[in-house]
Structure formats: structure tokens, C-alpha cells
Design a protein around this ligand. Structure first.
Ligand code: ZN
Length: 182
């Protein structure tokens, strides 16, 4: 069984193609590298499957973009060999080198956006997230290998139109997850 990674997310399904937060969403100068699951700040993030924590690293920072808060990414290798990056966490409670079971908590969601610093000069999808009151989310990427291909990559987006060879669409994977209450 694959666990739904955010029990408190507003939706228990990944966004449909083309929707905000969907995989490879067209954001004009950039494309979305993963899938976003919108959830309140402080929501627990669970490991969907048994995995080995490879890396914990900063993901967004106000030193890079003023409208970003500091959030972290947890990179996990699954038994299948695929690599998940679970990002936009405010607090991470796991350390690299640890093997954990499916359903283990790994941290808590933060607010990736600082709405007071989003302006009409910010990217349109950022302005839309603020209008929709969705400044906090789990950003999930799926890669065939580690380290992921991060050429032309920043904050969960690739600044290129072609999908990198190592990147996968996590939509179907998340569709097969089982929410805790089922
Ligand atoms: Zn995202």
C-alpha cells in the first residue's frame, strides 16, 4: 500500500493536467517539475513507501526570491529505485542515511510564499496561488535516479520546455495512494 503523503491536504487527488500545481504545468518561462498538494501550514508529511533518506536540503529561500520563505526538501530513495523529492517543508524531522517505513512522518508543511511580498511583478502562477489562498503545499517530484538532473532548475520548476530524461510524472503514482481514513 502506498500512503497518501499529506493526510490534511485539501484534496485527496493530485491536480488534473493543466490545473495549478499539475505536472509540467506551463508557467510561461518555466515548467512545473512535480505535483503540488495544497494543505494548511503545519500539516504532517508522511513517507508514501518504505525508503532511505538520501538528503535534506534548503529548497526555497528569501535570499533567492523575496516572495519565498525558507523551506526544505527531503530526497528519498524508494525500494523500486525511484527517487522522490518531498519539498516545501518548514520543519524536517528525519536525517540522511535513515531507512524508514511507509507512513513514517518526515516533517511539516510550511508556507512557501510570503503573500505580502508577492506583487504584480511576480510570476503569474505565483500571483494566482496567492489569490486562491494556496501559499502552502507539498511539492513532490519523481526522478529515475539521484542526484536528479537539476540543470536549469529553480524552486520546483525547470526553465526549459522539454521534460528531462530523468524526470517522471508522479500523477499516477499519487492517484494510487491510499488516504489514511480509508
Ligand atoms: Zn510545486
Amino acid at each position: 500500500m502506498i500512503h497518501w503523503p499529506v493526510p490534511d491536504s485539501f484534496s485527496k487527488k493530485p491536480p488534473a493536467p493543466g490545473e495549478n500545481g499539475s505536472f509540467w504545468q506551463d508557467r510561461l518561462d518555466r515548467r512545473h517539475a512535480g505535483v503540488d498538494l495544497y494543505a494548511p501550514v503545519g500539516s504532517s508529511v508522511l513517507l508514501p513507501e518504505d525508503g532511505l533518506i538520501l538528503e535534506v536540503s534548503p529548497f526555497t529561500s528569501p535570499s533567492v526570491k523575496p516572495y519565498w520563505n525558507l523551506t526544505y526538501a527531503v530526497t528519498v530513495k524508494l525500494g523500486s529505485g525511484l527517487v522522490l523529492r518531498l519539498a516545501e517543508l518548514e520543519t524536517v524531522i528525519v536525517t540522511p542515511g535513515t531507512s524508514l517505513q511507509a507512513g513514517s512522518p518526515i516533517g511539516f508543511i510550511g508556507s512557501v510564499l510570503n503573500p505580502s511580498l508577492v506583487s504584480s511583478a511576480s510570476p503569474l502562477y505565483i500571483q494566482e496561488l496567492v489569490r486562491e489562498n494556496h501559499p502552502s503545499m507539498l511539492h513532490i517530484e519523481m526522478h529515475r535516479c539521484f542526484p536528479p538532473d537539476t540543470n536549469s532548475y529553480l524552486g520546483g520548476n525547470y526553465f526549459q520546455q522539454e521534460i528531462p530524461d530523468s524526470l517522471m510524472d508522479p500523477t499516477e503514482y499519487l492517484t494510487n495512494c491510499t488516504p489514511e481514513d480509508e
